[in-house]
Design a protein around this ligand. Structure first.
Ligand code: 4NP
Length: 156
């Protein structure tokens, strides 16, 4: 059985698809023996069916030479059962996810992704949607740091 990771942001077109694809890239780089499945979702319904934002894709291509794949979907309650670890990009995402689990049964599966960073001190991945290219570049830097930490955590 494979271990399953779900990355979650608001729209599922910028931060969480970048996280999903960066994590997959990092897993390929180290060649893990155990399979790890990566997926992503948004807490909102705003962009259901959309591909990753072109500005996010451009930043991933420029900084890491990777293409972002995916199609936005909304987080759903069944994701609590279907995934082992749910990684929220910011505190709003974290709270919105926990709201869907009123009994707290899955609370321990949900984490802020920046808790896995070791080189950055930011506690959230800032929403880049209404800003410029530097915001998208920061998302990539934070997610590389977090995904490397996540990989170390999973390798133990
Ligand atoms: P994401 O970015 O949550 O990283 O995918 C956003 C995408 C869309 C919107 C906000 C943030 N929006 O308001 O439409």
């Amino acid at each position: 059985m494979s271990y399953k990771l779900l990355f979650v942001c608001l729209g599922n077109i910028c931060r969480s698809p970048a996280a999903e694809n960066i994590m997959r890239y990092k897993i390929e780089q180290v060649g893990l023996s155990e399979p790890i499945v990566c997926d992503s979702a948004g807490t909102s319904s705003y962009h259901i069916g959309s591909p990753p934002d072109s500005r996010m894709s451009a930043a991933a291509l420029q900084k890491l030479q990777i293409k972002l794949r995916g199609k936005a979907r909304q987080f759903q309650k069944s994701d609590f059962e279907n995934f082992d670890l749910i990684l929220a990009m910011d505190r709003d995402n974290y709270e919105d996810i926990l709201h869907l689990d009123p009994t707290g049964k899955y609370h321990q599966k949900v984490h802020l992704i920046c808790d896995f960073c070791s080189r950055h001190n930011l506690k959230e991945v800032p929403d880049p949607y209404y800003g410029g290219a530097e915001g998208f570049n920061l998302v990539i830097d934070l997610l590389v740091d977090a995904c490397e930490g996540l990989l170390k955590y999973l390798s133990r």
